[in-house]
Design a protein around this ligand. Sequence first.
Ligand code: ADP
Ligand code: ELE
Length: 302
Amino acid sequence: MNPQFVVFGEALTDFIAEGDGLWRAVPGGSCWSVARVASKLGLPTGYAGAVSTDNFGNDLARLALEAGLDERFLQRVDKAPFLAMVPSKNPPQYFFIGDDSADLHFDHTKLPAGWMDDVQIAHFGCISLVREPLASRLVALAGEIKAAGKRICFDPNYRKIMADPAYAATLQRMSELADFIKVSDEDLTHLFPGTTLEQGIAILRGWAPAADILLTQGGAGMTLMTPTETLHRPVFAVDVADTVGAGDASMGGWMCSVLTQPEAGLQAHLDFACAAAATVCRQHGAYAPTTAEVRALMAGAA
Ligand SMILES: Nc1ncnc2c1ncn2[C@@H]1O[C@H](COP(=O)(O)OP(=O)(O)O)[C@@H](O)[C@H]1O
Ligand SMILES: O=C(O)C(=O)C[C@H](O)[C@H](O)COP(=O)(O)O
């Protein structure tokens, strides 16, 4: 089955400081994680990005395959791996190593012929939208996909490099294109400095009057806002290992619910997104839960 959901943007390897000069290398990247979660939950998904041909790229490719992602969309490029250094997880601090790295060489003209035919939603987000020359190509591509009648999903997922003044236009353009926007309270603080949460949401709403907006608020749960309705959902109580990847899981879970059970309604989509996020909080690092795990949590059985 061809992908109904295609995710564009970075895959990378997180290097997490373990103390005593030791670093743990973990495959990740916000966009890659969104794709992996959606695919593992049973949504036919393609991860459309480029990874290196070394051991780091191999690990990303292997996990993508294991999650059932359509392998024709993943590109392998003989360039340096893209690395995220995480010297501290609490609070999260990142810096990135990736000059002329593989991710920047993604070429959408090399996607399989007819790739867009069955696509219903295309996802964009995070640092791929600030890393040139990839960023400008992706913004243009999002415009083309939207013009072809498909829906666009956008998760800004703020990182410090988005403080670059050039990103302001991208943020607005991607929001204008988006049918679905996910944003965390923390993202809003950085994206719109000096504004309240409500003011930040109002700016997004002004750019995207018809979009569904999912606001995540860590341990305070999440809120789904359509142009006419607002629904809140407290977290599913779980023993938390860490919350890395929870936002990506809520995004992947939300889109999976929208596409696989469109008739289920807003509350069901919100519940599913929230349960997907909570299953990830139980694990260390980014994780792709199964549908059975998410459903068990929703049924109160786990
Ligand atoms: N302690 C927690 N227990 C259960 N669910 C949580 C917890 N922290 C976060 N979540 C879920 O994960 C979602 C995303 O988390 P959040 O921290 O807002 O995003 P991000 O990971 O992008 O920073 C939250 O809206 C919530 O539903
Ligand atoms: O790859 C990046 O750009 C990262 O920052 C790596 C992180 O693993 C996730 O993206 C976590 O994102 P959350 O789901 O918001 O916790």
